[in-house]
Design a protein around this ligand. Structure first.
Ligand code: ASP
Length: 325
């Protein structure tokens, strides 16, 4: 028994020093951030903004790879199965917490297949429509879609996307099912909204603020409890008439399970540095999103948050009855 304990301790020590040695040289090459949606969308925007100060802090190139499809689950699966060496990391949003309730056969486990690195930001969503959509405010929008449900369509970025979650909550709240048009990200969905090929969607301020300010789309409400400083004239959904309607999106970084702890620690520190970068703070502010405080940009805070959000949304989505096989 003693011998066994001694052997186990020695094996632990060897592993620990191997990991530390490995981490001392880290990073020695390019780091790839997998983003599970198309380029030009809200999640991609967060990743590309964060990659700039992260590259600087790590003294290596940090690049973004868009692995889109199936509401973020294709990219998440690729990230879960990547080498746990710190050279592939993953940025995803609330979809990490909602996918288990939406997909009967999810090929990865968001909690056990990843090492959390840290939370990044919180983002409000906005209800937006093509410029010539007839409704002037949220109450009119609800009346209009109820009366014209056969011809109104709602864009989203697939089952598991934030836009899907928000759209589902909206349809449940107004007790009306609409035709939904899934894209591989709300970047291309926004192009179709601007072109008038789809009617409306709920999307993150990171993707909608500049189009709203330029008057290229209509906005009906923000989905957070408080108004957004960068869009001060836009009412909350609650103020606009949909009492209690609230959804806030969050993004976070993960690494594949088994990535050595010293590397995770280095990445966490890098994320904390990047969140204090002036360009990031400025751009996040312009786009209506806020970086989290340093104590939330940690593996422990992310682990807790992911569990709490999974517990919160699971029953709500099961009740809404949306599934993929
Ligand atoms: N985050 C997605 C994207 O970047 C959109 C969504 O989840 O609704 O396109």
């Amino acid at each position: 028994m003693r011998k066994m304990l001694l052997l186990l301790t020695m094996a632990g020590l060897v592993l620990f020093s191997f990991q530390s040695l490995f981490a001392a040289d880290y990073p020695a090459k390019v780091i790839t951030i997998i983003v599970p949606f198309t380029a030009g969308g809200p999640t991609d925007t967060v990743a590309r903004l964060m990659a700039v100060p992260m590259s600087k802090a790590l003294n290596t190139q940090v690049i973004v790879e868009n692995v889109d499809g199936a509401g973020g689950t294709v990219g998440a699966n690729r990230a879960a199965k990547s080498a746990p060496d710190g050279y592939t990391i993953f940025l995803h949003h609330i979809g990490m917490a909602t996918a288990p309730a939406l997909y009967r056969k999810l090929p990865y486990n968001p909690i056990t297949d990843f090492e959390p690195i840290g939370l990044i930001n919180e983002v409000p969503m906005t209800f937006v429509a093509k410029k010539d959509f007839p409704a002037k405010n949220l109450k009119e929008l609800i009346t209009y879609v109820k009366a014209n449900k056969a011809k109104v369509n709602l864009a989203n970025a697939g089952l598991g996307a934030a836009s899907h979650l928000c759209g589902t909550l909206f349809m449940t709240a107004i007790e009306t099912d609409l035709t939904t048009i899934p894209y591989k990200g709300t970047g291309p969905a926004m192009n179709d909204l601007l072109g008038g090929q789809v009617d409306f969607m709920c999307d993150q301020t990171t993707n909608t603020t500049s189009q709203i300010k330029a008057g290229k789309i209509k906005v009906y409400g923000v989905t957070t409890k408080k108004r957004v400083p960068s869009l001060p004239d836009v009412p909350t959904m609650d103020e606009a008439g949909l009492k209690g309607f609230e959804v806030a999106i969050w993004h976070a970084f993960y690494a594949p399970k088994g990535t050595p702890k010293p590397i995770i620690d280095k990445l966490t520190k890098t994320v904390q540095v990047a969140l204090k970068d002036n360009m990031v703070k400025q751009r996040f502010g312009d786009l209506g999103t806020e970086p989290v405080s340093e104590d939330r940009a940690t593996p422990e805070a992310l682990r807790k948050h992911l569990k709490a959000e999974t517990d919160k949304w699971g029953p709500i989505l099961k009740k809404a009855g949306v599934y993929a096989d």
